[in-house]
Ligand binder design. Sequence first.
Ligand code: SAM
Ligand code: DTB
Ligand code: SF4
Length: 332
Amino acid sequence: MDADVHPNAGLESVHGAASRWSLEDARAIYELPFNDLIFRAQTVHRRNFDPNRVQLSRLLSIKTGGCPEDCGYCSQSARHESGLTATKLMDLRRVLVEAKKAREAGATRYCMGAAWRSPKDRDMDAVVAMIEGVKELGMETCMTLGMLDLGQAQRLKQAGLDYYNHNIDTSERYYNEIITTRTFADRLDTLANVRDSGIKVCCGGIVGMGEEKADRVDMLVTLANLPEPPDSVPINMLIPIKGTPLGDAEPIEPIEFVRTIALARIMMPNAHVRLSAGRTAMSDEMQALCFFAGANSIFVGETLLTAENPEEDKDSALFRRLGIQPMERSAL
Ligand code: SAM
Ligand code: DTB
Ligand code: SF4
């Protein structure tokens, strides 16, 4: 552990929501003895949230596959042979049928994703109608459509979009190993457009892509030091997809994953930290540790965008065993 960082650093206001993080402090916290790290994360968590409530989001792929980008983890890139069939943009009625089902299953946020580099002008009317329709169902809306310029972000805001998901995915250093068709700086530009339009930012990344510990920490430092920390921080565990460059990646060591969740919680105390992709490969005990480390949101439903997610029965059984209740919309 870094001699300059006291084991209790981060518990006091000096590292509160408004402060900025140095790489050094963040790395030292990540490396703390596990029990100290988790105790600290749980303490921060309890100050800001009900520790026994977890928010439920549901994903829908409104346009699958055929994407021109080359993100090395993704089943939807046209450059990878993942065997996925590309689809056109989904019809509004079908989106609303799916959203209603999600609401009935307890989801409070509906997240719609499209495999685009960025939306084309001709797509905007259709996605605006989806936002309006889902809002009318009384759910929060989130979209992830690739890069946005300011005008597009403002249009989505006007339609009532609550959140926009756009991940930085990894550290700036490791980024070019994973994606070459858009830069880290492009991602930050989109995040600025989203923020400036008044839409809440959902931004996180993926763990388990062969990165070093320092990359995991650096990614979280970038997020925590954004002009405003994101409102939601999805932490995905890589789902290795056959036919993609990361299809044979070594799985991340579970304790390293839990450390990443804990550090996200400590550095972004007011954010919903989402235990996102990869839960089918996690034991119940690992998920319980993630909740203890401060994760307080998950995706529910048997599919994410294209990959598998735990069945709803399995999640409700786990929640029962842990005494966790779904978060109500009003508590968000
Ligand atoms: N095309 C849009 C974009 O990239 O901005 C939106 C969809 S994209 C699938 C959303 C995020 O899902 C990615 O940024 C990545 O963090 C995550 N993701 C995609 N494939 C994944 C995988 N195989 N394992 C874990 N996370 C993944
Ligand atoms: C995020 O960070 N994770 C979600 C959501 N944002 C859009 C997507 C996970 C995708 C997992 C792989 C798949 O389903 O294809
Ligand atoms: Fe396209 Fe998004 Fe997949 Fe990248 S992550 S290949 S941009 S769908």
